[in-house]
Design a protein around this ligand. Structure first.
Ligand SMILES: *Cc1c(COP(=O)(O)O)cnc(C)c1O
Length: 392
């Protein structure tokens, strides 16, 4: 099918819930994507932080295909090997204790919220169910995770929302302390706010929140749906902050492009969700887990060191272009935010870059760059050259 035919068919039969860019994509190699007519695009998006291994990765495709031929699904009423092995690796590499597998980020966060409320119910009974989240956060699109999201624009249309969330400004410990009204069970944060504009939390603040949580017996919940799985240059961002959250959600990059998510819990929280309290039909799918095992194999400690180096290279490269529309850059690893100066809008810039063969994302009022973790220096240089030509 041609690009135009794909776009027409989509518009006719798929609900119009996404503000799509006018590009259809057909195949890819590394960090380069191609439309059906063969036009190339350098990818600084990874499909919103998902395709950590880029496109056309043979070991990843083979592992998924072989597992699909062997056994595609059996339900969680039986045991299978790939998710058990993936859970072991995730625990060993993080110091967490056990995993629950789900399918998407919002769903993982729902599970983490259930875990926090049940932990508190088991110890203290009812009435201690409030979860504190940060202003400008993003936690998902379900009715509950919309309400957990600390941005008013998301609290519309779908009333009534789930109760039990209050919002505090990021990096303000006193504001958090002031919420201690006897009804709190947990604090949930993104260590680098993604959708909100690529805003890393301060290290001292995060350490102090962990200590406050321990003092009050509040759970420290990290939403690592975007920051997890190597994106920030360590397997999880919390490892750079020197903390061990009570629970961590992950999704986007975990299976390199197949739908999978989950929650990691520490020793204290690993048995909170006992038999019958939480489940999902598709969770721990063996094909997704087999693909996830290849992601873990490739994301060695040396590879993660390279992610940090590539992140520095790309940030410096963007700053060195000294473009009139861009201000400062920020971020961790290959999760990069670029400020957009007054007089420009991020949507217009994204459209211009995409027209010129470079795929980028927006976040908050700025630009967001999330290239595949396997991106090469040559591909980064090509992307920077597009920026220079299109925006210079
Ligand atoms: C993307 C994202 C989510 C939602 O994940 P879905 O897979 O779209 O449900 C939740 N939290 C954060 C931090 C995210 O970046």
């Amino acid at each position: 099918m041609t690009s135009e035919a794909i776009k027409d068919l989509t518009r006719r039969y798929v609900m119009n819930t996404y503000g799509r860019f006018p590009v259809a994509l057909d195949h890819g190699e590394g960090a380069t994507l191609y439309d059906p007519e063969g036009r190339a695009y350098i990818d600084f998006t990874s499909g919103i932080g998902v395709t950590a291994l880029g496109y056309g990765n043979k070991p990843w495709a083979r592992a998924a295909a072989e597992q699909a031929e062997k056994l595609g699904h059996v339900s969680n009423l039986f045991y299978t090997e790939p998710p058990a092995r993936l859970a072991e690796i995730l625990c060993r590499r993080t110091g967490e204790s056990a995993v629950f597998f789900a399918n998407g980020g919002g769903e993982a966060n729902e599970g983490m919220i259930k875990l926090a409320r049940k932990y508190s119910f088991d110890r203290y009974g009812q009435g201690r169910s409030t979860i504190l989240t940060l202003k400008n956060s993003f936690h998902g699109r379900t009715i509950t995770t919309l309400k957990a999201t600390g941005q008013d624009v998301f609290h519309n249309y779908f009333f009534p929302f789930t109760e039990g969330f209050r919002y505090v400004p990021a990096n303000d410990l006193e504001a958090l302390r002031a919420q201690d009204q006897g009804d709190v069970c947990a604090v949930m944060v993104e260590l680098v706010q993604g959708e909100g504009g690529v805003l890393p939390l301060d290290r001292d603040y995060v350490k102090a929140v962990e200590a406050l949580c321990a003092e009050k017996d509040w759970l420290f919940l990290a939403d690592e749906v975007q920051t997890g799985v190597g994106r920030t240059g360590t397997l999880f961002a919390f490892q750079q902050y020197g903390i061990l959250p009570d629970a961590v959600s992950f999704a986007k990059g975990i299976a390199g492009g197949l739908p999978m998510s989950g929650i990691l819990a520490n020793e204290k929280c690993r048995d909170v969700l006992g038999p019958g309290t939480h489940a999902t039909t598709f969770g721990a799918n063996p094909v997704c887990a087999a693909a996830g095992l290849v992601v873990q194999e490739i994301l060695s400690d040396e590879f993660l060191q390279e992610v940090r180096e590539k992140g520095d290279y790309l940030r410096k490269g963007v700053e060195a272009l000294d473009l009139p529309c861009f201000g400062k850059t920020r971020g961790l690893g290959l999760m990069i935010g670029v400020e957009v100066r007054e007089g420009w809008t991020n949507k217009d810039i994204a459209n211009t870059l995409i027209e010129n063969g470079l795929l980028v994302l927006t976040a908050g009022p700025g630009m967001r760059l999330l290239p595949p973790l396997v991106i090469t220096k040559e591909e980064m240089d090509k992307g920077l050259a597009v920026m220079k030509k299109a925006l210079g």
